[in-house]
Design a protein around this ligand. Sequence first.
Ligand SMILES: *Cc1c(COP(=O)(O)O)cnc(C)c1O
Length: 396
Amino acid sequence: MSDAFLAHLTATLEEIEADGLLKHEREIEGAQGGHIDVGGRDMLNLCANNYLGLADDPRLVDAATRAMQENGFGMASVRFICGTQDLHRQLERRLAGWFGHDDAILFAACFDANGGLFEPLLGPDDAIVSDALNHASIIDGIRLCKARRFRYANSDMEDLEAKLVEAREGGARHVMIATDGVFSMDGYLAKLGEIRALADRYDAMLMVDDCHATGFMGPSGRGTPAHCGVSADILTGTLGKALGGAVGGYVSGPQPVIDVLRQRARPYLFSNALPPAITAAGLAAIDIVEAGDDLRERLFENTRHWREGLTGHGFDLLPGEHPIVPVMTGDAKLAQKMAEGLDAAGVYVSAFFYPVVPKGKARIRTQMNAALTRDDLDAGLDAFARVGHDVGLIGG
Ligand SMILES: *Cc1c(COP(=O)(O)O)cnc(C)c1O
């Protein structure tokens, strides 16, 4: 490799660092959970997508262990050659049944599900109308597709309607609206009631990526469409968040959609089948999620307690009901100082600032989960209050 090329990469890294955007990975020893061991320190973890606390749940570990013993470790094949086990089809049928769709198809990750979804379904005569704050994987998936692209301002229904009108006036054959169910920087829900009505008015399909909702939002944890009392024509999601937190993604929808994806979706056709441990644990996660509301109740009780406590201490939160609770600092430096202070106090959080969120809207994004106890939350609130005073974020 040429020295010039490596020097070019080194310069890029220096630029990233100079912009204050260099990401550092802290190493966790042991399992993901409400408490994690970081370099020998026990820390309260407030930034995982482990909403239902299932990431270290013994029932999932058992299901995965048993599946490995009975079905082996790996598939060593794509699905259509010799990589489809009964477990894959069980999980696909189970997901589709849960969401009220005909069928579902598994991918290695939701990034792949979104990356492979659009290109086989829509062509140059069609149009995709996409929320400006959609996840990177939707943006990339749309880029790979030849359909005309329209982008509307985040959750701006007037702008969505204007773009639908433009797509229709441009003679689009099929139109698809694509949105996240939950926008993860803010914890805001997509306005799916209004979006569904606009979709129906302009004869458009509705695609929802529900990664930050499946398992805990809506009745039986069926997600934001169920929460809003509407249906999504196509739903994508992940096994990597509330449903156990490992890996795996899926698309759920009408039979012809799933059948075409099985023939044409490139990340599905040209990438390995999910291993038995993952599919079996996915089924066990859905068993737990469908069996009762106890974990969801604990999650939302924790969310209420956390929000009330922070508000009581004088912190500025974004409003909402989702377990993503952003604590606003405005200033990026203040967010970094706050995160450093919390780290020293044994609280594991992440600061977000420009360009991940708009300038002047820096924040500590906290996330609640069902594995956190009341004592955990109260210890976390004490730490936030102390550090918030120290850095001058809250008065008194
Ligand atoms: C996390 C996330 C993804 C990616 O899911 P993976 O299964 O980890 O690839 C896609 N979309 C949204 C909205 C997400 O939050």
